[in-house]
Design a protein around this ligand. Structure first.
Ligand code: F6P
Length: 469
């Protein structure tokens, strides 16, 4: 497989030179000169329209970025991802999360687990034995199911989440619950994560006696006393695992049919990603544009602004997905990289954040490329979203305004339009970002699927707790 540094690819130098020609160009002028711009720079994927006309780029930029992808061997890497090859080279594992949502073509163990999950979820929802479901997990064992449950719960069950080892978190999740009617779902791929194990032990101490587990460490889950153990596989990374039994608590909250729709949404995006040419391939475009902004227009951060209240947890979810995957400084050949990798991802619920940190987005000294996520269910939300993106792009032109009232504009953003918050659309959306992350990892020549950067802190904390340090 190609492990040539991107900076050694001819198109990298061409892009750097091309970026120079963008220095004095303002988005306002581009829109004025080309009325069709908002029609030209859009692409469709199942359920979504991606509008990147407010990005500081042109057709040549996209051609050069596509060359870079070709020079990095993108098509071959994509095939390796989708066919379950061991592309996580440092751990000698596949990153085959797409198999979790492959429907009838999924591996037998996935189909069997889904069938088992359906039985358990439907049992929990119909028998009314449990009044409270509490998911104990952290990172990928928490953020995905938490996002799904928050966005799509139908209210049939009270499903809560605790991730922090601070007892207040578990205390809140158990508030008002009774041990006999509470189901604790301990989700941990390793079943060794300190915070999750501490919360599971604390739940036992509180009196909980109904435990399910989702883990690849069956022995430890059994020893803990879980009565149902759903599998996790080493070919699925934690931050890509929401499609597996890790989504159990979310499936309890939204119903199993909706969970299946979520998987179908992921599959829709996979098919688009596998098939579409680069210039029409939405996750690839998201990745290429991110690289253009990070590496050639020197933007070290990226904001995600989701305007639907249902998607308020999306930025936190994407922080793990993007920064744990691509926050790397060593390439696949073990060399220190000489270019920026993942930008710092941050964001919020747009209709709320426009009354706080958007001041910086509009008039601060940092230029922050943003993704605006619109679900068009509400005219007020959509109008505000569009207004923010236009203000960022166009700014003000009136020289007579005092300086503090002027907006510089020329601040890039993209929009993702969905027509509704549905399980299927959420599956489509998450898979778009997953493939964006993969594509960027390939272009940056880094392994997006390990996370050794989280280990040192864990080891030191242990030593501090035992007094060894
Ligand atoms: O410490 C980071 C991490 O390993 C993440 O990659 C993972 O999603 C999370 O912790 C939880 O890990 P586990 O599921 O093994 O408890």
């Amino acid at each position: 497989m190609n492990t040539r540094a991107p900076t050694e690819c001819p198109s990298w130098a061409q892009l750097a030179q091309h970026a120079e020609s963008w220095r004095g160009v303002h988005l306002r002028a581009l829109f004025a000169a080309d009325r069709a711009r908002s029609l030209q720079f859009v692409a469709d994927a199942p359920g979504v329209r991606y509008d990147y006309s407010r990005q500081r780029l042109g057709a040549l930029t996209l051609r050069l970025l596509a060359h870079l992808a070709a020079e990095r061997g993108f098509a071959e890497w994509r095939e390796a991802l989708l066919s379950g090859s061991k592309i996580n080279s440092t751990e000698n594992r596949a990153a085959w999360h797409t198999a979790l949502r492959a429907g009838n073509s999924a591996p037998a163990e996935v189909r069997e687990t889904l069938a088992r999950m359906r039985g358990l979820v439907e049992g929990v929802r119909s028998k009314k034995q449990y009044k409270r479901i509490v998911n104990l997990g952290t990172g990928g064992s928490d953020l995905g199911p938490r996002l799904l449950a928050d966005a799509l719960s139908d209210g049939a069950l009270d499903v809560r989440f605790a991730a922090n080892v601070d007892p207040r978190d578990l205390g809140r999740a158990l508030e008002g619950a009774q041990p006999a009617s509470t189901l604790i779902v301990v989700v941990s791929k390793t079943f060794t994560t300190q915070e999750t194990m501490a919360n599971a032990a604390a739940a036992k101490q509180w009196g909980a006696r109904n435990f399910f587990a989702v883990s690849s460490n069956v022995e430890a889950a059994k020893a803990f006393g879980a009565t149902e153990i759903l599998p996790m596989w080493d070919w699925v990374g934690g931050r890509f695992s929401v499609w597996s039994a890790v989504g159990f608590a979310a499936a309890c909250a939204m119903g199993f049919d909706a969970f299946q729709e979520f998987l179908a949404g992921g599959r829709d995006t996979d098919e688009h990603f596998a098939r579409e040419p680069l210039e029409k391939n939405v996750p690839v475009l998201m990745a290429l544009i991110g690289i253009w902004n990070a590496n050639f227009l020197a933007s070290p951060t990226h904001a995600v602004l989701a305007y639907s209240n249902a998607l308020r947890l999306l930025p936190a979810y994407l922080q793990q997905l993007e920064m744990e995957s691509n926050g790397k400084r060593v390439d696949r050949a073990g060399r220190l990289v000489e270019y920026a990798t993942a930008p710092i991802l941050w964001g919020g619920e747009g209709a709320v954040s426009q009354h706080s940190f958007h001041q910086l987005l509009h008039q601060g000294t940092h230029v922050v490329p943003a993704d605006f996520i619109d679900v068009a269910e509400d005219a007020v939300l959509s109008a505000n979203l569009r207004a923010q993106a236009d203000a960022l792009a166009h700014g003000t032109e009136d020289d007579k305004l005092p300086p503090h009232k002027q907006y510089p504009g020329n601040r890039p953003s993209s929009m993702l339009y969905f027509d509704k918050v549905t399980a299927r659309n959420l599956g489509r959306l998450i898979a778009l970002y997953e493939h964006k992350v993969f594509t960027q990892g390939i272009l940056w020549n880094i392994n997006s699927f390990d996370q050794f950067g989280v280990e040192l802190g864990k080891a030191l904390a242990k030593k501090i707790l035992t007094g060894e340090r």
